[in-house]
Design a protein around this ligand. Structure first.
Ligand SMILES: [Fe+2]
Length: 346
């Protein structure tokens, strides 16, 4: 089904595909889904709720998931070629992560240039008057930026990025439309922090439950050091050993875990801080690796966060939230269309 979607005043996208086939079912399930998802899935525990959500989403999107996996197996090279030739051999996300410090990925220079305009325009002031939750972290991205600054979607759908993410997912990725937002332009700043001396919320270790697996592509928009509150993580192997030892994701345990608990199992020397120059790119499975960030950002940190998942998520966000809509045009490559619109199949 096609409808016109307004991304910003005066900006209309006419050929966005919208799947309304499940809305009746979702409206019936929504009260239960809200209850299950509330407070980081605390009612039944994260692992139990993820299993339920996956079964429900499998019922809704199993066909999409199967199709995207098959296309990955049989047509990825052709689709990548059509989308734009690779400029380098695809990296492998070993132990849940990979780093590109070449500062040469396609469209990266455009992103960095546009980022400076956004930072100059919007940073340094706490824009949301929301509650204390993650007060130290603000996403200054607006829907209109998708059109005003096309460099970001060009980067997010480039063959060099998608080849790495696809390989890890074993599927054609979907740019997330709910949690996390597919594109976030984040300022972390301790000046906004209600409790700068006490790590809380996402400043504490956790593993994301939205989708298994979920891959972030993180881009440093300015040079980042420990004073900027870097994204900090444990590789997948250590994280999974720690998760099992702590019985993490069980009903007995909360979503956030203290350093003391994590380091009672993991070795501090295995921690990796994403402290690199501007333009460095980290591919990371946030659903497999313990991580935290934005801890005491005494110098403001500016980071682009791009979130990808498969077609079958492990949360209820698509049932309880209005999904974001990305501009899709008939002239876009088939791969780009599939990434920006989950309902598109070959
Ligand atoms: Fe997270």
């Amino acid at each position: 089904m096609t409808r016109s979607v307004s991304l910003a005043p005066g900006i209309g996208i006419s050929d966005v595909s919208v799947d309304r086939g499940t809305s009746k079912l979702d409206s019936l399930v929504r009260p239960l889904a809200n209850w299950l998802q509330d407070n980081h899935m605390s009612a039944l525990g994260i692992a139990n709720t993820m299993r339920l959500a996956h079964s429900y989403n499998r019922m809704k999107f199993g066909r999409h998931d199967d199709s995207r996996r098959e296309v990955y197996q049989t047509q990825l090279a052709e689709l990548l070629n059509e989308n734009g030739r690779l400029t380098r051999p695809p990296m492998e996300m070993r132990d849940g992560w990979a780093l590109d410090a070449s500062n040469s990925l396609p469209h990266l220079d455009r992103i960095l240039e546009d980022s400076e305009k956004i930072i100059a325009d919007r940073s340094g002031v706490r824009r949301s008057k929301g509650g204390a939750y993650r007060s130290y972290f603000q996403d200054v991205w607006t829907p209109g930026d998708l059109v005003k600054y096309p460099s970001f979607l060009d980067f997010a759908t480039s063959s060099d990025i998608l080849s790495v993410v696809s390989r890890f997912l074993g599927s054609i990725p979907v740019l997330s439309t709910t949690l996390p937002s597919g594109i976030r332009f984040v300022e972390s700043n301790s000046a906004f922090d209600d409790r700068p001396d006490q790590p809380h919320d996402s400043q504490l270790f956790h593993i994301d439950y939205y989708s298994l697996p979920n891959v972030y592509v993180l881009v440093l928009l300015r040079d980042t050091t420990v004073e900027h509150g870097p994204w900090t993580f444990l590789p997948r192997g250590v994280s999974q050993k720690t998760r099992k030892a702590l019985n993490y994701w069980s009903r007995q345990r909360g979503y956030r875990v203290t350093d003391e608990e994590v380091y009672s199992v993991a070795d501090r020397k295995d921690v990796i801080e994403f402290c690199y120059p501007r333009g460095t790119v980290l591919f990371i499975e946030s659903s497999g690796c313990f991580h935290f960030g934005s801890r005491n950002s005494v110098k403001p940190r500016f980071q682009l966060m791009i979130g990808y998942s498969g077609a079958c998520r492990t949360d209820f966000s698509e049932t309880i939230m209005a999904p974001k809509v990305y501009p899709v045009h008939d002239t876009d490559s088939r791969l780009r269309q599939m990434v920006l619109d989950k309902s598109r199949l070959l």
